[in-house]
Design a protein around this ligand. Structure first.
Ligand code: PEP
Ligand code: MG
Length: 531
């Protein structure tokens, strides 16, 4: 099934020959859009339901209808254009008000696109509700849309844009939905075509019949792992899980994760129109921490911004959101970010008390030791005894010793560290090769962190996608990485890989990988040196 794009700006003309009839089309189109959204809201729950209910109120706004009808009757606009202009005026007004009202501007534009598509006879934009299992094909999918996909109904996801470390790809993987991202020309596939989607090879092929159609899930070898991460000579390397909600945490515990190395707290709130209440936050935090009583759980404070906008927190209209006010930076600019951080830290601390999990908290998007100090102070004020930061910005590697003097631990987000190191957008298919975690330049940065860690005694973990690669994991350990955190499906393969090598052998592999001129040579050199 193709995921329809937004319809785009409709033309100003021609002037309708019968303005009354033309204006009369708008009301029924709005009602139809509203009814469809209502069906979805009835089937939804939690934040998704709240967002849909709020959107329905906008579709039914009598002022929007009246203004659009007037633009047809008095302004000579065709109906789609009239809705476009009336909605934009409304959205601009909300945006100018700022704050909560300003954030509603996005909802108005969404409503606008739905009504315009209806008036133009085009499919509704965004992910439709699938009545039966299908492969979704889209230009790109927002993380909020991806998070709402149902495995088993959404059989696979194919997008033209995006790289393998984009959040859309990470989310699809965590839901167990095979995803082929950055697939050029995918949207040329005809609606209803039969395809073979190979999640492992990253390929999509059109076939002639339903019998030939298939979704090949990334091959996961059945490997033995006893649930304790360590090298062959007994050097401990706790293997932790990346999770986003209670279900993910329960699955990770079942797969014997030794704790959670990255709880992406923002994922639970991607479609929340307002800051989630204390009660809602506690539900989510208790759910994740409760699956790991007595074990370490590293929660990351909200990493809002860039490709994970949170409607209640993200600044609108930044020209380069990935380089803008993202992650911890939101708590340090005027606005509600500082208070949101305080309430989140309080909720996490309370959840730790309630569940008995060993809470660690870290901040995303930290570039300087001063930012690290600020964050640790905020954590301490809430009685959080283990506070750290993510290393995702190359500047943070260059001042690693100063940062380590402030924190209890650091964790490398290789997805963003690569993006910012190579100036290569992780959402962009054409530059995906630069974001390869085997890039020697990236590995050499991690080596610098390993050296700083050995000197300061502050442990460094890796929680980016690099940690999930069984061939790369020993290299990371050889570089001085103390813990690895990954999608829980990768735990057994990574555990088995480490168990087959001594620490000395890991160090030798790290040396050859760092010395390689490019990712392909690094992979080959490591494979050739593996005993
Ligand atoms: C990373 O950047 O590697 C990371 C783990 O964080 P996220 O993917 O959520 O940005
Ligand atoms: Mg990151």
């Amino acid at each position: 099934m193709r995921v329809a794009d937004a319809p785009g700006e409709p033309p100003v003309g021609p002037v309708p020959t019968d303005p009354d009839t033309e204006a009369g089309r708008i009301g029924p189109a709005m009602e139809l859009v509203s009814a469809r959204l209502q069906t979805r809201a009835d089937a939804a729950s939690g934040d998704a339901k709240d967002v849909l209910e709020a959107t329905i109120t906008m579709v039914g706004d009598p002022a929007l209808l009246e203004n659009a009808e007037n633009l047809v009757r008095e302004g000579g606009r065709p109906a789609p254009r009239a809705v476009w202009e009336a909605a934009n005026t409304f959205a601009d007004m909300l945006a100018a008000m700022g704050g909560y009202m300003g954030e509603r501007a996005t909802d108005v534009r969404d409503v606008r696109d739905r009504i315009v598509a209806e008036l133009q006879g085009l499919p509704a934009p965004g992910v439709a509700d699938l009545a039966e299992p299908a492969v979704l094909v889209a230009a790109d999918l927002a993380p909020a849309d991806t998070a709402g996909l149902r495995p088993g109904i959404a059989l696979a996801l194919v997008t033209e844009q995006g790289g393998p470390t984009s959040h859309t790809a990470i989310l699809a993987r965590s839901l167990g939905i095979p995803a082929v991202v950055g697939c050029a020309g995918a949207r040329q596939l005809v609606e209803g075509a039969f395809v073979v989607v190979d999640g492992g090879a990253g390929s999509v092929e059109e076939v002639g019949s339903a019998e030939e159609a298939a979704v090949i899930v990334e091959a996961v070898e059945a490997v033995e792992w006893d649930g304790v991460g360590r090298t062959a000579d007994g050097h401990p390397v706790p293997l932790l899980a990346n999770v986003g909600d209670a279900d993910g945490a329960a699955a990770a515990a079942e797969r014997r994760a030794q704790g959670v190395g990255l709880f992406r707290t923002e994922l639970a709130f991607l479609s929340a129109a307002e800051e989630p209440s204390e009660k809602r936050q506690r539900e989510v935090y208790d759910g994740v921490l409760g699956a790991f009583a007595g074990k370490p759980v590293t929660a990351r404070t909200l990493d809002a911004g860039a490709d994970k906008p949170l409607p209640f927190l993200t600044l609108d209209g930044e020209p380069n959101p990935a380089l803008g006010v993202r992650g911890l930076r939101i708590a340090r600019v005027p606005g509600n970010g500082a208070d949101v951080l305080e309430r989140q830290l309080a909720g996490l601390a309370a959840a730790a008390k309630e569940t008995g999990a060993e809470l660690k908290v870290m901040a995303p998007m930290v570039a300087t030791a001063e930012e690290a100090r600020f964050f640790v102070q905020r954590c301490r004020a809430h009685g959080i005894t283990s506070a750290g930061v993510m290393i995702e910005i190359p500047a943070a590697v260059l001042v690693a010793r100063e940062i380590m003097a402030e924190v209890d631990f650091v964790s490398v987000g290789t997805n963003d560290l690569a993006q910012y190191l190579f100036a290569a957008d992780r959402q962009s298919g054409p530059v995906a090769a630069l974001n390869d975690p085997w890039q020697p330049a990236l590995l050499r940065l991690i080596r610098m962190l390993g050296e700083a860690s050995a000197e300061t005694g502050v442990p460094v973990g890796v929680c980016g996608e690099a940690a999930a690669d069984p061939a790369l994991a020993p290299v990371l350990v050889g570089l001085g990485v103390a813990t690895l955190s990954m999608g829980s499906g990768a735990l057994a393969a990574v555990g088995a890989s480490l168990a087959g090598l001594t620490l000395e052998q890991c160090r030798a592999l790290a040396a050859v990988a760092c010395a390689a001129p490019d990712p392909m040579s690094a992979r080959q050199a490591v494979s050739a040196h593996c005993p």
